[in-house]
Design a binder for this molecule. Structure first.
Ligand SMILES: Cc1ncc(COP(=O)(O)O)c(C=O)c1O
Length: 284
């Protein structure tokens, strides 16, 4: 997609900050730079991407996670969704919508994709990395019709095509109804893990606020101002508790509050409970 955009003359793209990794090293940033597109960070707050800052950055493309921002866990507010599409229309801009986990919303239906509102300006990417396994390496992309051939050609040049056998296996899973059944079952499993995370934190560390939609596989814990995020992560590791700080997901770290991105995707309920008890003990 970035290569096709680069051929259209797009020279700079924005990525969310915090986002899916620090721009200095993230895969998305490196993919952009590899095709000659410069990347700039645009801040995210509790309403999602700051579209005013996007406008000011002067880019013509942006990669966003509107349904469930990665990693802050917020949803892009309705006003911002509209502002983002207006930005694209005004600036001959393009939105790459990374719809990476909307199969997993636990309290209601996920918000609809932006692509439906502006199909000629939005690319939407989905994946089975969360629903089946990252190792399957299959996903899909809805491409603005005018760019579909260009994107298909670029994909062919970049990888000579994805495995046909694997695609047929996933198609069979979809057509049989078993994929939907699997999603329903796993939604209940992950929702329970998230519930245990919330309860454990309330019990062991009642002062620590947790934010993020009831969705996906992570939530954000806001540590006391005085806490040293990196020290907490390192000390937890000493106790065999694997934690992620928000720091590595930030491109701008000035005055960043200490936060943890708590993952519950591949951790059982008991491990969530004992892990949170250990973190609470550390914070004390
Ligand atoms: C924000 C975000 N985008 C995309 C992906 C999926 O990437 P892929 O489909 O290449 O495994 C992930 C998976 O970890 C993610 O967290």
């Amino acid at each position: 997609m970035l290569r096709a955009l680069s051929q259209l003359g797009v020279q700079r793209a924005a990525l969310e900050d915090p986002g899916y990794g620090d721009l200095a090293v993230s895969d998305s940033a490196r993919a952009a730079r590899a095709v000659g597109i410069d990347v700039v960070p645009v801040p995210v707050d509790e309403f999602g991407l700051n579209v005013t800052a996007l406008e000011a950055s002067g880019v013509r493309a942006v990669v966003v996670t509107p349904a469930h921002q990665s990693p802050t866990g917020v949803v892009l507010a309705a006003k911002r969704r509209h502002a983002l599409l207006e930005w694209a229309a005004r600036n001959d801009g393009f939105v790459i919508e990374d719809d990476y986990d909307s199969e997993f919303r636990y309290d209601r239906e996920p918000v609809g994709v932006l692509q439906g509102l502006a199909p000629d300006r939005v690319f939407t990417i989905g994946t089975v990395s969360k629903s089946l396994a990252p190792a399957v390496r299959l996903g899909w992309v809805l491409v603005p019709p005018a760019l579909a051939d260009a994107v298909a050609a670029e994909k062919r040049v970049s990888d000579r095509g994805s495995s046909g056998l694997d695609q047929l296996a996933v198609a069979a899973l979809l057509e049989s109804g078993r994929y939907d059944r699997h999603l329903r079952r796993m939604r209940a499993v992950y929702a329970r893990r998230r519930g245990v995370l919330i309860d454990s934190l309330a019990r062991h560390a009642p002062g620590v606020r947790l934010t993020g939609l009831a969705a996906g596989f992570h939530a954000v814990a806001h540590l006391p101002e005085s806490a040293d995020e990196r020290a907490v992560v390192a000390a937890a590791r000493q106790r065999s508790v694997g934690l992620y700080g928000m720091g590595p997901e930030r491109s701008t770290t000035v005055a960043a509050p200490p936060q943890l991105v708590l993952g519950f995707g591949n951790v059982g309920e008991r491990a969530v409970e004992s892990g949170i008890a250990a973190v609470a003990d550390l914070l004390r």
